[in-house]
Design a protein around this ligand. Structure first.
Ligand code: IMP
Ligand code: MG
Length: 193
């Protein structure tokens, strides 16, 4: 794209890893991989909110299988850029997933603690099957042995924002995914509320 037509990079980004167009292309091909695994059958999508909202919404629209949707909210990082302690379930499932095929979706696989916690919760509810899908995978940061069945992009150990991913609840609405500038990894000076 000529420079004049390129949208300006958000000033709090150090670099853009994936543009909105690159994300959409990968989401479409991921949907193809998922369709190949499920055939025409029905499955239940379980999305980890808030981070996976954009990814889930875009991915679902590329899939024409009959699907059901439910969400789980897991406690977040707070105002940190590194996982601290153990994640907790803040809000659990509403749908019955017993004997159902479940696709668990998250924005990013980091230490693996969140996906492990939620996978165990789902397994305990006796689904017919469980597969996992993450848009981003920070492979180098894993603390528990877990991998996702479907991965959008592998990324280095950098704190990223945009396309649903936040720092202290900000930046989820950026259409691209980029690295947050180190000097912006603080909430000092923010208006609260
Ligand atoms: P894990 O439990 O350490 O694997 O962390 C997974 C969760 O941490 C994700 O659902 C994200 O909400 C959050 N997270 C991890 N890395 C990042 C990042 O680089 N930017 C924003 N959120 C992140
Ligand atoms: Mg999350």
């Amino acid at each position: 794209m000529p420079n004049a037509m390129r949208p300006a990079m958000h000033p709090d980004l150090a670099e853009v890893l994936f543009s909105g167009e690159q994300i959409q292309r990968r989401v479409r091909s991921l949907a193809g991989e998922i369709k190949a695994a499920y055939g025409d059958g029905e499955f239940t999508i379980v999305s980890l909110i808030n981070g996976a909202v954009m990814f889930t919404a875009d991915l679902m629209r590329e899939i024409d299988n009959p699907v059901r949707l439910d969400c789980i909210r897991v406690s977040s990082y707070g105002h940190q850029t590194k996982s601290i302690g153990t994640p907790q379930i803040v809000h659990s499932l509403t749908l019955d997933i017993r004997q159902r095929h479940v696709l668990l979706i998250d924005d990013i696989l980091d230490t693996g603690k969140t996906l492990q916690l939620v996978s165990r919760l789902i397994q305990d509810l006796s689904p017919a099957s469980l597969r996992t899908c993450v848009l981003l995978d920070k492979k180098g940061r894993r603390e528990v042995p877990i991998e996702a069945n479907f991965v959008g992009f592998e990324i280095p150990d950098k704190f990223v924002i945009g396309y649903g991913l936040d720092f202290a609840e900000r930046y989820r609405n950026l259409p691209c995914i980029g690295v947050l500038r180190p000097d912006r990894q603080t909430t000092a000076g923010w208006v609260s509320g």
